[in-house]
Design a binder for this molecule. Structure first.
Ligand code: GLN
Length: 308
């Protein structure tokens, strides 16, 4: 098929220059090879097409937030989860120290305040930090269809300078949004962000969301269709942080970025898309990743608001 040729063309077209910087606030990510680049598509029946550095591992970072949200929904149901963390785009940076004024809920699960809260909602109340992390790791692995592991160097590195996430967790504890010790919660959350994936893994994870929660290769129903719909809706409105409106109008499918350089998109019933390039734009999303998604959206009419 000409699909790999087409993907190579998109990758080349979007790699003519390489502006932006790797994430500077996490030393281990600042040192990542900035010129790596990959693009992978997985159809809902598990056909995988990729070009570039498709098998290089990097940390999921904020992409983990979408999947942890899905796992928390699976555990507690939509109503309870939404009563704890809202679904409104914040229009602010991902690491903003903010809560909704009247309810004191974090605005949404894609910003750190909401994601740190969601981390504590995987597993039944009273579960140990270790058990909770095991559940998150095995949940992520079910989405990917293989056993994932943690990049310990990235974890240690981010913990060294996690002042801001500690401030957020302390704020959350102060308002009793979380009940656990802030340091333990931040450790768990930062570990979740340090889970290693390849671009190929991410494409299959995105394809699982596109496939109503069924992993295309293993056939496992990882989360229910209702929870997929909720997760994709929140990715649509909040997945790209303060760049969400621009993304919605120019690219137009649910997506989630991470400061490790990964980016995923899901087209329900069709395809999971993943890109990797560690240089970031001002919102903390991969610059070449955004370009590649824009190009795919234009060429293949992927914007969900465009008539077929
Ligand atoms: N671990 C990172 C943080 O909390 C994730 C941020 C991101 O990928 N946008 O700062």
């Amino acid at each position: 098929t000409p699909i790999p040729d087409y993907l190579q063309l998109v990758l080349n077209y979007c790699s003519q220059d390489n502006p932006g910087e790797t994430a500077q606030y996490i030393p281990e990510l600042a040192d990542a090879d900035p010129d790596r680049c990959a693009l992978v598509l997985s159809t809902v029946d598990g056909e995988v097409y990729g070009v570039g550095d498709t098998d290089v591992e990097f940390s999921m970072q904020s992409i983990s937030k979408a999947f942890v949200y899905a796992l928390a929904l699976e555990e507690h149901g939509i109503d309870y989860v939404v009563s704890r963390v809202g679904v409104e785009p914040s229009g602010e940076a991902f690491n903003e120290l903010s809560l909704e004024h009247d309810t004191r809920r974090p605005l949404n699960p894609m910003i750190n305040a909401g994601a740190i809260t969601m981390h504590t909602m995987v597993g039944p109340p009273g579960i140990s930090a270790e058990e909770r992390f095991e559940r998150i790791l095995s949940g992520m692995s079910a989405f990917a269809g293989r056993d994932l592991s943690v990049d310990e160097a990235v974890y240690e590195s981010e913990m060294e300078t996690a002042y801001r996430n500690l401030a957020i967790a302390n704020m959350l504890r102060n308002y009793r949004v979380i009940q656990d010790r802030p340091l333990d919660v931040v450790r768990g959350y930062v570990r979740q962000c340090a889970i290693k994936v390849t671009t190929r893994d991410l494409a299959l994870m995105a394809a699982t969301l596109a496939n109503s929660g069924v992993q295309p290769i293993t056939g496992e129903q990882v989360i229910s269709p209702d929870n997929v719909r909720q997760t994709l809706s929140v990715m649509m409105s909040c997945g790209m942080y303060d760049g969400a409106g621009d993304w919605m109008s120019t690219v137009g499918f649910p997506a989630k970025s991470g400061v490790g350089g990964g980016l995923i998109g899901s087209l329900p019933g069709q395809v999971g898309i993943a890109t990797f390039s560690p240089r970031l734009d001002k919102h903390g999303s991969s610059l070449r990743g955004v370009r590649m998604c824009k190009r795919l959206s234009d060429d293949m009419g992927l914007h969900i608001m465009s008539a077929p």
